[in-house]
Design a protein. Structure first.
Ligand code: CA
Length: 225
């Protein structure tokens, strides 16, 4: 298998070096950037398979980095945040990160999250070809592309997986905990707001009427006319 490449964006040197050392020990090729602009440049130059991205950065912050790289190409992003309340804020903003880790974190936890994210993307890419059509929305699972009314819509890997999951069972109410377990692979039932933020992003990108909220339960995909 091709060696996988991870871009670590972190301006705190000690954290950046520990993260890079751990990921190299796990067999990844690691590139590093210490500010917003160089993160975007390095991303374009090395085409990493995953990005570990600190929020507070010189130049412009991790949110802006996330927006710019996700606009270029869909890539899994693990965001590093300074505090829990910062994570809450980011989840609410639906910036397109796939997972969050609050400092301080153990290198073991970081490695585990990275492996889960990569497995999810690789598993999704290995799924047999299937093109789904829902009204004017076309979903190509092989190319991981979504087109609405002839125009391509850029989704993050997690948004794409969530959409495919919902689209596979249209008009069926799926509980948030189950979506979290099936799409994110988290079984403990925590972090259901992560589901909410990704639904919010899908509505913003594909239309507010696409996903119906069933209060206190979960979400259902409505087939557009
Ligand atoms: Ca920082």
């Amino acid at each position: 298998m091709r060696e996988r490449r991870i871009l670590v964006v972190e301006d705190e040197r000690t954290i950046a070096q520990s993260v890079a050392a751990r990921l190299r020990a796990e067999g990844f090729t690691v590139d590093m950037a210490g500010d917003g602009p160089s993160a975007v440049d390095t991303f374009r130059a090395v085409q990493p398979d995953l990005v570990v991205l600190d929020v507070m950065l010189p130049g412009f912050d991790g949110l802006e980095v996330c927006r710019r790289i996700q606009a270029d190409r869909s890539v899994p992003v693990l965001m590093l945040t300074a505090r829990d309340d910062e994570t809450d804020l980011l989840v609410g903003l639906a910036v397109g990160a796939d997972d969050y880790l609050t400092k301080p974190f153990s290198m073991r936890e970081l490695a585990a999250r990275v492996h889960v994210l990569l497995r999810r993307v690789e598993r999704a890419a290995a799924t047999p070809p299937a093109a789904l059509r829902l009204g004017d929305i076309e979903i190509s699972q092989t190319e991981r592309r979504v087109v609405r009314a002839g125009a391509e819509v850029h989704l993050t890997p997690t948004e794409f997986d969530l959409l495919v999951h919902l689209a596979g069972r249209p008009r069926t109410v799926l509980p948030r905990e189950r979506l979290l377990a099936d799409v994110w692979g988290w079984a403990d039932g925590s972090g259901t707001r992560t589901v909410d933020s990704h639904v919010k992003a899908l509505r913003r990108k594909l239309g507010a009427d696409l996903i119906r909220t069933v209060h206190g339960v979960g979400y259902a995909l409505e087939v557009p006319a």
